[in-house]
Design a protein around this ligand. Structure first.
Ligand code: C5P
Length: 219
């Protein structure tokens, strides 16, 4: 049975890149739970539906052959034979994904999928990153971390990642998604026993070191 290393945080906190770097460095698996929500949102849109329409989301989820691996060096995502690795990062999917994530039955379905992936993982531990890993998916994990950063720093990081997009637009979209998401799960405040790592004043490698220090202390 593989161990959970649970890392939650908002968009732009550095959570995805830091989690991937740590998984690679330590030989752990990596599970990007946001990719599953994004894949389902993409699937709803592809079927001509809207993610605000609960029936459309539930129907898409009933016909959802998600292929999501745990290899930090192969972060590909597919539905059946269709590779959607790049498509799930498109702004239209980012704008639609909160509509999928707000539905409790969907959250339950994906959480069962996440736990079974980790249970079958060949690695000794899996870094599982998302919004509710420390609180809902794996509240008993030995390592639970909330990675945060000031909102303006998160927006600036995201704007830097997405070339060609206007920084103000990126900040507005990020703020909107955080607001919708935090109405569903609280990922801006640490639950009891969850260690906070604030990356506002840390660069990438300092953030990795800070997270590794928590892992080494807790594991
Ligand atoms: O992490 P990422 O930004 O890719 O997540 C995409 C979306 O998936 C979030 O905006 C949120 O709506 C949803 N999500 C979630 N719970 C998780 C991970 C992601 O609700 N554990």
């Amino acid at each position: 049975m593989s161990e959970f290393i649970a890392i939650d945080g908002p968009a732009g906190s550095g959570k995805s890149s830091v989690s991937a770097a740590i998984a690679r460095r330590r030989g752990y698996g990596l599970l990007d739970t946001g990719a599953a929500y994004r894949a389902l949102a993409w699937h709803v849109l592809e079927r001509g539906g809207h993610t605000d329409d609960t029936d459309a989301v539930l129907a898409a989820a009933a016909d959802f052959d998600l292929r999501l691996g745990l290899d930090p060096d192969d972060r590909s995502v597919a539905i059946g034979d269709t590779d959607i690795t790049a498509a799930i990062r498109e702004p239209r999917v980012s704008s639609a994904v909160s509509g999928v994530a707000r539905i409790p039955a969907i959250r339950e379905q994906v959480n069962i999928f996440f736990r079974s992936l980790v249970a079958r993982a060949p690695q000794p531990a899996v870094v599982v990153e998302g919004r509710d890993i420390t609180t809902v998916v794996a509240p008993d994990a030995p390592v639970r971390i909330l990675l945060t950063a000031a909102p303006e720093v998160r927006a600036a990081r995201r704007a830097g990642e997405l070339s060609g997009e206007n920084a103000a637009e990126v900040a507005a979209a990020l703020h909107k998604r955080d607001a919708s998401d935090s109405a569903v799960v609280d990922f801006l405040n640490a639950a009891e026993g969850v260690e906070v790592v604030d990356s506002t004043h840390l660069d990438f490698s300092q953030t990795i070191d800070a997270v590794l220090a928590v892992i080494d202390r807790k594991q």
